[in-house]
Design a binder for this molecule. Structure first.
Ligand SMILES: C[S@@+](CC[C@H](N)C(=O)[O-])C[C@H]1O[C@@H](n2cnc3c(N)ncnc32)[C@H](O)[C@@H]1O
Length: 436
């Protein structure tokens, strides 16, 4: 590992890589450079020179700035700070929002080309996080900050709170959290000392008060989820819950359970799933599935699109989330919630001699994607269409490539900027069986 005595490199920055780092070359070797923009010339300090083929470096000075460079909206994450103490989690904040989205679109296009063999040009749409019209397409010039309804901060040995530094687990005390929605900025208590605590969670549900939750050192997070499918204990039943509103519908979930983070995300993704499901291929009586269903957000969207009688089963590994899904979908007699791992659920269908012929499947896996084990099983069951909701462009592209091996084609894809000031993006794609 390089130290701050390491010589500095002057680099021509030529590209962008997955993960939010720019790409340059030095003496034939690729250098991944943090806090730079393609087209710039920067001075960078090498942080990691252990690999033969690539090094990692951090920008310390900009020699020729891009017109898309701006002052970082989070002072503790900006170039003025030494890279070792720059706040993490806002690695695109130094870039104007329109260029952030263009770079994300480029990463998606390159991933689709490389891993799925497809030439695509998909713009990444801005999404409003304002309390009044969250989820509406946003004015591209609207400030991108103020979108996070969940923020996790860490506590250092002296009780001070902050995010981890970029690329380390060192806590960086901060005076502001500009990516958070205003309610959370107001309660963040960043000047308080939290001795004995490990983490602070800031949570702003759409139907209820914003909360600051202190997690003592040694507390096990997500205990219920880890206990798997054991019978619900009295302690589980008493776990704090919150309520989220999407349109006219309310969703109940554990306070530490999964929910989309951007204030406009649940609306955006519900709408995207409704729009991407091809009505000509949708059979309300088929064994329609919402895989990786959480507390039933997207199963509800399917019901809203095709009516309460449309059959749908939401499958989720976290037993508590699945119990909430059953409650959240209780007004839909044709919807059911199953607590199971997706791969095991698909195996059970197969062993039972069932197929998914004529069925529509919503697939919303974690960041690592569905992967070969799930894609192979799902494709073998032969659904009519799959609407894939993805928060990682490379995992999506890899899985699209796998589906194509099984005769599924990519019919449509849209992308949304649900993580401004970071390198992340959300994409929704429709895959259908190619006939003939
Ligand atoms: C990206 S979230 C999507 C949740 C939901 N669709 C939503 O939009 O709110 C992924 C979900 O997959 C669940 N999960 C992770 N691995 C799983 C697996 N192998 N089988 C089933 N569910 C899993 C997680 O608990 C989480 O709720």
């Amino acid at each position: 590992m390089a130290s701050s005595d390491e010589p500095l490199l002057d680099l021509e920055v030529t590209g962008i890589a997955h993960g939010g780092v720019a790409v340059a070359r030095h003496e034939g070797r690729v250098v991944f450079v943090a806090d730079a923009i393609p087209g710039e010339r920067v001075r960078a300090r090498v942080r990691d020179d252990r690999h033969d083929r690539f090094w990692r470096a951090d920008t310390v000075d900009v020699l020729d700035a891009s017109p898309d460079r701006r002052r970082h909206p989070w002072p503790e994450a900006g170039l003025e700070r030494d890279p070792a103490v720059r706040a993490g989690g806002a690695e695109f904040g130094h870039i104007r929002p329109a260029r952030q989205r263009a770079l994300k679109a480029q990463v998606l296009a390159e991933a689709m080309q490389r891993f799925a063999g497809l030439e695509l040009d998909v713009p990444v749409g801005a999404v409003s996080a304002s309390a009044a019209d969250a989820g509406a397409p946003a004015d591209p010039d609207e400030p991108a900050e103020g979108w996070r309804t969940r923020v996790r901060l860490h506590v250092d040995a002296e009780g001070r709170v902050g995010p981890y530094a970029a690329r380390s687990h060192d806590v960086v005390p901060v005076a502001s959290v500009p990516l958070a929605v205003l309610e959370l900025q107001e309660i963040a208590a960043l000047d308080r000392r939290f001795e004995g605590a490990a983490e602070i969670d800031l949570i702003a549900p759409s139907a209820g008060e914003a909360e600051l939750v202190v997690r003592p050192a040694g507390e096990r997070r997500g205990g219920a989820a880890r206990r798997g499918r054991r019978a619900a204990s009295t302690r589980d039943a008493a776990r704090p819950h919150i309520v989220e509103r999407v349109g006219d519908r309310l969703f109940r979930l554990d306070r530490d359970g999964f929910w989309q983070v951007h204030r406009g995300a649940a609306t955006t993704l519900s709408r995207a799933v409704r729009e991407h499901l091809d009505p000509a291929r949708f059979d309300p009586d088929a064994d329609n599935l919402d895989l990786y269903g959480g507390v039933g957000l997207l199963a509800a969207a399917v019901g809203d699109r095709f009516g309460g009688d449309a059959r749908i089963t939401t499958v989720e590994a976290d037993r508590r989330a699945s119990e909430h899904a059953a409650g959240n979908l209780a007004d839909r007699p044709s919807a059911q919630a199953v607590a199971a791992r997706v791969d095991r659920y698909l195996d059970r269908l197969d062993r039972g001699g069932r197929t998914l012929a004529g069925a529509s499947v919503v697939l919303d896996p974690p960041r690592s994607g569905a992967g070969r084990a799930v894609v192979d099983r799902l494709a073998a069951l032969g659904p009519a269409q799959i609407v894939y909701v993805a928060c990682d462009p490379v995992a999506l592209a890899r899985d699209v490539g796998l589906f194509r091996e099984h005769g599924y084609g990519l019919e449509a894809v849209d992308a949304y900027d649900l993580f401004p000031d970071t390198h992340h993006l959300e994409a929704v794609a429709r895959l259908t069986a190619i006939v003939g």
